[in-house]
Design a protein around this ligand. Structure first.
Ligand code: NAD
Length: 331
């Protein structure tokens, strides 16, 4: 199938080119994001492939449809960036990669926790500067702490398994309890208890209208003083200016973010040498107890191979009217 591939980065192109030898789709790689301004590029392509920061709202979907696009191929698990209802009304199919490596994201959440707790980021720089002092580097044992997991789907469940190795109490909140988590000894608690009882909170639910700004002033007030908050899910789960206030007051003691609500124009780009225009992100980056990574939790070789394989297979299956990983609107 002819596929217009947007937001291409060289490091992902190599995986898609290698795996496409098996599928033989006719892919044209564009490095820009898919926006209304460049809509003419999709002419003659029945399918477009997009990533997490390509925003396909109703108006852009209508333009795509007018230009002959029938299939929107997401090379991600999350699909909050596409108006699924509008796509369905237009008769366009949206497919995604429901699972590629829950380990990649769960392990990155752990990397953020350990780095923040044991201050590896500070120690790394300090020792490069021949400063071997331990002043200010004290951490805490994770053993015995209460870990709160919001969302125990594929990633949250994998994260629970990892954390159970530390000898923590693990509590969770989800709309549906996972048997695997219950078997591990995870205790499902109420929404409010999760926020009130956890020493470390890790978010693993999708961004939906119900979870938008889940972490807001009210929920922050419920949390333990000095809580560690980890978000590798979607930026919109957090009201970031409120989190900045909570960092200033010491309510949040540690913050690890792999995603940021306003990441679309920033993450995945090399902006060094430019002046950062986002004041909230700039303020976040002034805190020593904050680590921000640029939406890289998914980024392992295993995950990239799986993403390319499932994405290209989705297109072939769609072409041949076989069952495919369709995203359907919530009823
Ligand atoms: P999943 O669908 O397997 O699990 C999501 C879980 O969240 C489900 O158990 C669901 O019941 C629960 N949930 C949904 N709405 C909820 C609500 N309102 N309250 C409580 N729980 C709710 O998804 P997954 O594969 O585990 O991925 C989770 C999220 O991680 C994705 O939606 C995506 O946003 C994010 N993600 C981030 C990266 C990255 O690189 N940072 C990579 C992949 C996925």
């Amino acid at each position: 199938m002819k596929l217009a591939f947007f937001s291409t980065k060289p490091y992902e192109k190599q995986f898609f080119e290698k795996i496409n030898l098996k599928y033989n789709h006719k892919i044209t790689f564009f490095d820009m994001r898919l926006t209304a301004e460049i809509i003419s590029l999709v002419e003659g392509y029945p399918a477009v492939c997009v990533f997490v920061n390509d925003i396909l709202d109703k108006s852009l979907l209508e333009k795509l449809f007018e230009n002959g696009v029938k299939l929107v191929v997401l090379r991600s698990a999350g699909f909050n960036n596409v108006d699924i209802k509008a796509a369905q009304e237009l008769g366009m199919a949206v497919v995604r990669v429901p699972a590629y490596s829950p380990y990649a994201v769960a392990e990155h959440s752990l990397a953020l926790i350990l780095t923040l707790n044991r201050k590896i980021h500070k120690a790394y720089n300090r020792i490069r500067d021949d400063n071997y002092s331990l002043e200010g580097l004290i951490g805490f044992d994770i053993h015995g702490k209460t870990i709160g997991i919001f969302g125990t789907g594929k990633i949250g469940k994998t994260f629970a398994k990892i954390m159970s190795g530390f000898g923590c109490r693990i509590i969770a909140y989800d709309l549906h309890e996972s048997k695997e988590c219950l078997d591990l000894g995870v205790e499902y608690v109420s929404y409010n208890e999760l926020f009130a009882a956890s020493d470390i909170i890790s978010l693993h639910c999708p961004l939906t209208p119900e979870t938008y700004h889940l972490i807001n002033q009210e929920r922050l007030a419920m949390m333990k003083d000095g809580v560690m908050l980890i978000n590798t899910s979607r930026g919109g789960l957090i009201d970031t200016p409120e989190v900045v206030n909570a960092l200033k007051s010491g309510k949040i003691g540690y913050l690890g973010l792999d995603v940021y609500e306003e990441e679309a124009d920033i993450f995945f780009e090399n902006l060094s040498g430019k002046i950062l225009q986002d004041d909230v992100l700039a303020r976040l980056l002034t805190f020593q107890n904050v680590i921000v990574t640029s939406h890289q939790a998914f980024f392992t070789e295993n995950a990239m191979n799986n993403i390319a394989e499932t994405t290209l297979e989705n297109i072939s299956r769609f072409e041949h009217n076989q069952p495919v990983n369709l995203v359907l609107p919530k009823l």
